[in-house]
Write a protein that binds this ligand. Structure first.
Ligand code: NDP
Length: 477
């Protein structure tokens, strides 16, 4: 027994994580349901480090030094339960099972509780960065016991991405499902970021009249400023790519129906349960689902729209600058909503998540990595109980500076009939938060009228009901 860690499930993610551990000097036990994958890994990459391949689960477990660290990288859902049930009986108290798949945090809570009762630490771990990240350094979001992090953390810190200041992009997020919860919201924010970038692209194309190649250049310029991020960078790459078969821009030959695997949807479902307004993330999920309704879209093609009024060359440049402002302001709002969901989840489940640390470990390795996250970390470090990112003075000032352009962009989008659900939802959230009075007062009046649901008054405590069907006098409820 000489392996410090074992990985079972050697598809793209597991294979690359195993190699990452080995490249960092650890002996890695290997296992996969189909043994061919295990042997292929050793054949192709055996020279990269120390691997201990095993075919039988018993041999795999026996190869691990104690306390055992057994990482599962299989398909999320039922396969993860099956693999846990296969290995748990072979483990001893104090051993660890690390699930690095995209599990739902509620499943992680259930599994953690069950294994804790059997003396085994269960570390539900969010991992972001895709295939490349897994190999060269992902952002890692482990949940589970403090004790398990003490044993596993140093190894994760070795294989994780490093932020520019050298900090590893991993931290103990909190107990049981905390890690997978944070990974879920990470993905929700990723959906929102992608949707906002998509809207910026569509506006630059349809309103400003730029070609995909020109838009790629605009994104490259933006990527040298405050929008500096992985997603902006790859957007420029995708937009400048030419399809070999047709010679057309790649983006024009791809079907415009976005797919999804579910983590964005979970973020919204859980936000609904927790009562957290994540309107930008929700719009991003809905935008993907709308794009897939081809029959509905086909049937709607004849619907009337405004007359196109293309901008002049000179106007287009100024418009592009405005779109940058709108994108940046909307991005602040999506992160505000995402961090609100994490803060609320943390409270609901008693996780005590450090929001500044979350921003810190998203600075490298993961899909939403961005220069901007440094600033979010600074905001939470300065004030850990910040009620909302929008309460941070710097972000508030930046939005204040961007808002005129943000509004102008939405005026142009509306006038020219370009759908911008992400930008619009972000601005609506911002304006609603700013508002002195919301129409919610009227909503309460309506609810009291038809259902005697009662209301509270601004001028004295208590709950009240108006006798709408009678003399309309007010009674204390
Ligand atoms: P897949 O999700 O495609 O899963 C394939 C692996 O699961 C194979 O090793 C397969 O074994 C194993 N497996 C499936 N069902 C069972 C079962 N019933 N019993 C035992 N083993 C089973 O692999 P990925 O590498 O793409 O992803 C692994 C995990 O990481 C997933 O949970 C995924 O959501 C998550 N993830 C993926 C990312 C990505 O970019 N791909 C990013 C971050 C997380 P066999 O070879 O025998 O079929």
């Amino acid at each position: 027994a000489s392996a410090q860690i074992g990985v079972t499930g050697l598809a793209v993610m597991g294979r690359n994580l195993a190699r990452n551990f080995a490249r960092n000097g650890y002996t890695v036990a290997l296992h996969n349901r189909t043994p061919a994958r295990t042997h292929d890994l050793v054949k192709e990459f055996g020279h990269e480090g120390d691997f201990a391949p095993a075919e039988a689960p018993e041999d795999f477990v026996a190869a691990l030094e104690r306390p055992r660290r057994l990482m599962i990288m299989v398909k999320a859902g039922a396969p993860t339960d099956a693999v846990i049930e296969e290995f748990a009986p072979l483990l001893e108290p104090g051993d660890m099972i690390i699930d690095g798949g995209n599990a739902h945090f509620a499943d992680t809570r259930r599994r953690e509780k069950d294994l804790r009762e059997r003396g085994i630490h269960f570390v539900g771990t969010g991992i972001s960065g895709g295939e490349e990240g897994a190999l060269h350094g992902p952002s890692i979001m482990p949940g589970g016991s403090t004790e398990s992090y003490a044993s596993l953390g140093p190894m994760l810190e070795k294989i994780a991405a490093k932020a520019k200041d050298g900090t590893p992009c991993v931290t103990h997020i909190g107990p049981d499902g905390a890690g997978h919860f944070v990974k879920m919201v990470h993905n929700g924010i990723e959906y929102a970021d992608m949707q906002l970038i998509g809207e910026a692209y569509q506006l630059l194309r349809d309103v400003a009249g730029y070609s995909p190649a020109e838009i790629a250049e605009i994104f490259r310029t933006w990527n040298t400023g405050r929008l500096d991020s992985y997603l902006i960078e790859i957007t420029a790459e995708v937009l400048s790519h030419i399809d070999e078969a047709t010679g057309k821009p790649f983006v024009d030959v791809v079907q415009d129906q976005a797919e999804q695997k579910g983590t964005g949807r979970w973020t919204v479902q859980i936000a609904l349960d927790l009562g957290v307004p994540v309107s930008g993330i929700a719009e991003a999920v809905f935008a993907r689902s709308l794009s897939g309704h081809s029959a509905l879209r086909e049937a709607s093609r004849h619907l009337a729209g405004p007359k196109p009024a293309p901008l002049s060359k000179a106007e287009a440049g100024a418009f592009a600058d405005r779109v940058e402002q709108a994108l940046y302001a909307s991005k602040i709002v999506s992160y505000t909503q995402g961090f609100h969901e994490i803060a609320t989840g943390s409270e609901e489940y008693d996780w005590d998540i450090d929001l500044g640390e979350v921003a810190s470990i998203w600075r490298a390795g993961c899909i939403i990595r961005a220069a901007f996250l440094d600033r979010i970390r600074a905001a939470y470090d300065a004030r850990p109980d910040l009620p909302s990112l929008l309460s941070d003075e710097t972000f508030a000032q930046e939005i204040a500076a961007a808002q005129d352009d943000w509004r102008e962009v939405l005026v142009a989008a509306t006038r020219q009939g370009v759908a911008t659900p992400g930008f619009s939802a972000a601005l609506a959230y911002y304006d609603a938060l700013r508002a002195e009075r919301l129409p919610a007062a009227l909503t309460q009046g309506q609810r009291d009228f038809f259902g005697a649901h009662t209301y509270r008054r601004t001028d004295r405590p208590g709950s009240f009901h108006t006798l709408w069907g009678g003399d309309r006098s007010e009674v204390e409820a």
